[in-house]
Design a protein around this ligand. Structure first.
Ligand SMILES: [Zn+2]
Length: 260
């Protein structure tokens, strides 16, 4: 058990419907127990507005602004620039600390690979122009994601990492961070443990991606930031250190990356 708030949840979605009934009481409750800081991962303009509004209520709640590759419905080459202009005008707020989540998702059928790459690259350029780190989402798209990242060389984190140790090494060589979710606690997480083991400890972040990805023994239930302790225990084993150390180091890492 940990006695003071040390958890930095570097990737959460408290705007998700799963929190509709209790987010106003849940968030302060988490801050009063084990959670030190939270980074809201925005997925579109409404989500970014939620992040900024919530950041106004809680000192240690920060937000990103970005367009997720699964939220491109209704957008095309003709209107994307206007959308992004509106979206990134929100970055003037002082608690916007990252651009994200942005990236590529080839999981569902019917996606437009070219358009996803275009939107990803536009947002990487905006992050460069604004000198903000990026939160990268990549699903079934490692090769294209890595090629684009090698080209733009952003500061940032590959979130919800599920790739190989080789990919982890490539990300580390770009100077980027990796965020691990509850996946690290799953029984079949051999690949994740290998990646975690090879990654330099000062490039590791903890995240929930809540309400999804609850760690064992909560797997399948609604996840919240307090459950990160279980992921941290698994990470501590991989890095042969203590739970306290992992919480402290990942907190410092996230503060360094997001300039907090
Ligand atoms: Zn996410």
């Amino acid at each position: 058990m940990i006695d003071k708030p040390m958890i930095f949840d570097s990737h959460c979605h408290y705007d998700d419907n799963a929190f509709d009934s209790d987010r106003q009481t849940l968030i302060p409750q988490l801050f009063s127990k084990s959670v030190d800081k939270m980074m809201h991962a925005s997925t579109d303009i409404n989500s970014a507005k939620f992040g900024i509004e919530t950041a106004g209520k809680f000192d240690n709640f920060y937000t990103s602004v970005g367009l997720h590759p699964e939220n491109l419905d209704g957008l095309c080459k003709d209107n994307i620039d206007d959308y992004l202009k509106n979206l990134f005008s929100l970055c003037k707020h002082k608690k916007v600390k990252a651009i994200g989540e942005i990236g590529l998702d080839y999981h569902y059928e019917g996606f437009d690979r070219e358009f996803q790459m275009l939107v990803f690259e536009k947002q990487l350029q905006i992050a460069k122009d604004l000198s903000l780190p990026v939160i990268v989402h990549s699903r079934n798209a490692t090769e294209d994601t890595m090629n684009i990242l090698k080209h733009y060389q952003p500061k940032g984190v590959m979130h919800c990492f599920s790739g190989s140790a080789d990919t982890a090494n490539e990300i580390a060589s770009l100077g980027m961070y990796i965020g691990f979710t509850g996946v690290l606690t799953f029984k079949n997480a051999k690949k994740a443990h290998k990646a975690c083991t090879v990654m330099p400890i000062d490039k590791l972040l903890l995240e929930t991606d809540c309400p999804y990805m609850a760690p064992e023994p909560f797997r399948g239930t609604r996840c919240d930031s307090s459950m990160i302790e279980k992921t941290a225990e698994a990470m501590a084993k991989d890095k042969q250190t203590t739970l306290q150390d992992i919480l402290k180091i990942t907190n410092e890492n996230a503060c360094r990356l997001f300039d907090i």
